[in-house]
Design a protein around this ligand. Structure first.
Ligand code: SAM
Length: 254
């Protein structure tokens, strides 16, 4: 299961890719009415919920992975983090004026059912904002792929959803599944930023989180040693120009 990739990786995620995903927080919170009831689905370490609360919103997160939810609760307080996941959130219908899902619909088993659930918990007139990675491999993946090849690593195919479950990883594709869920799409496009990360923190993510970690764990010791020294030669800091897809939609009032 795609969700299984998130078990046991919370600490490594917090050190590495949480910083990457945090690059979209300003856009996800931009222009919201102050004091909005906001639900962040798949909240991870809780960074978006923390920023939303600081901005004066009545924000909570929901997250299926217990370790990740524990990190979020430690940062935000237990009362601001619930345990649960798509496609069945532990929330009543129509409860939130803003629903966000940052880099979550690209990780679930049934993205369309996930999108319908975002719409179910949204109040009439609510804003729903979601991000995913597009189809082009991001620069950190290109870098890691180059290191794997140079080290003679065995390449492991990333698991894919069945074609009838999957959706196009693009602004149109994400807009499409939100529209199918009954939402009216109001904006769909790309967001770009520069992700700066210390090499040690990124190494922690590359050797643990998601498909990066799967690739690392598949390698024998000699390949791992070559990967480490090639990685170290790249220097103590990295900066990647990254881009994601962001779609905003609204739940019609009637
Ligand atoms: C790439 S991380 C993004 C975390 C956070 N939104 C952020 O931007 O840092 C993906 C998150 O989705 C969560 N997740 C996985 N399956 C999920 C599901 N079925 N429903 C909700 N969240 C899920 C993972 O546990 C993980 O926290």
């Amino acid at each position: 299961m795609a969700e299984a990739l998130w078990t046991g990786v919370a600490q490594a995620y917090a050190r590495s890719f949480a910083g990457l995903c945090a690059g979209t927080i300003p856009a996800l919170l931009d222009g919201l009415p102050r004091g909005a009831r906001l639900l962040d689905v798949g909240c991870g370490t809780g960074a978006l919920v923390g920023a939303a609360r600081q901005a004066g919103h009545d924000a909570v997160g929901v997250e299926p992975d217990l370790e990740m939810a524990g990190l979020a609760a430690a940062a935000l307080g237990r009362e601001h983090v619930l345990v649960g996941g798509l496609p069945e959130l532990p929330m009543a219908d129509d409860g939130y004026e803003v629903v966000t899902a940052a880099f979550v619909l690209n990780h679930v088993e049934d993205p369309r059912a996930g999108a319908r659930e975002l719409a179910r918990v949204a109040a009439p007139g609510a804003v729903v904002r979601a991000t995913i990675w597009g189809a082009t491999p991001p620069p950190q993946a290109v870098m890691w792929g180059g290191l794997l090849d140079a080290a003679g690593a065995r390449r492991v195919a990333s698991p894919r959803l069945a074609p009838e479950r999957d959706f196009e990883r693009s602004a149109d594709g994400l807009a499409g599944i939100l529209a199918e869920a009954g939402l009216t799409v109001t904006a769909a496009g790309a967001r770009s930023w520069t992700w700066r990360v210390a090499a040690d923190d990124l190494w922690c993510g590359l050797t643990t989180v998601g498909n990066f970690g799967v690739a690392w764990r598949a390698q024998p010791e000699a390949v791992r040693a070559r990967l480490r020294s090639a990685y170290d030669a790249l220097g103590p800091h990295h900066a990647f120009d990254v881009e994601c897809v962001l779609v905003e939609a609204r739940l019609p009032r009637s």
